[in-house]
Design a protein around this ligand. Structure first.
Ligand SMILES: [Zn+2]
Length: 153
């Protein structure tokens, strides 16, 4: 077998080193996606720089706005369904609906944002994005260095 053939790996079998589902699940449970033991968050939405149990570096993550978007998608659908169902069953004024659904929306967003952010970090770790695979994002992008400064420089 040639050396290049050994390097190629397709799909995700049992022996895969970073299973996607398990990594997302561990992240959503506030656990390190690598070992599943150490905590992922040191504060509400502040991930640890590195896992206290296994030392896996976590500062690479770039969850950015994605957790917030996902919270809006999930909470929005659930609340809209709840609003429409209760509006069909009970005829109440829009002010009553506002008084009910706005606090529920705030609470639901606060409850879901940390697990969803953990899941996003687990996803990025599993897919070796943003330096989680041991390489730098900047080095992998050929367009960043050569075009900086323009032709006059
Ligand atoms: Zn760990």
């Amino acid at each position: 077998m040639q050396k290049s053939e050994q390097m190629v790996r397709y799909g995700s079998g049992q022996g895969v080193e970073r299973p996607l589902g398990r990594s997302i699940q561990r992240g959503m449970l506030n656990r390190c996606p690598n070992c599943g033991t150490g905590r992922l968050f040191r504060a509400f939405l502040k991930p640890v720089d590195a896992c206290a149990a296994c030392g896996e570096e976590m500062f690479h993550h770039r969850a950015d706005d994605l957790p917030a978007y996902l919270v809006i998608v999930v909470v929005g659908h659930v609340l809209l369904t709840g609003y429409m169902l209760t509006d069909m069953a009970f005829r109440v004024s829009p002010w009553v609906h506002l008084a009910i659904w706005v606090p529920i929306a705030v609470l639901a967003a606060l409850v879901t944002i940390q697990p969803i952010k953990g899941g996003v970090i687990g996803l990025q770790w599993a897919l070796k994005m943003h330096g989680f695979g041991g390489h730098d994002d900047e080095a992998a992008d050929p367009g960043t260095d050569s075009r900086r400064g323009g032709p006059a420089a």
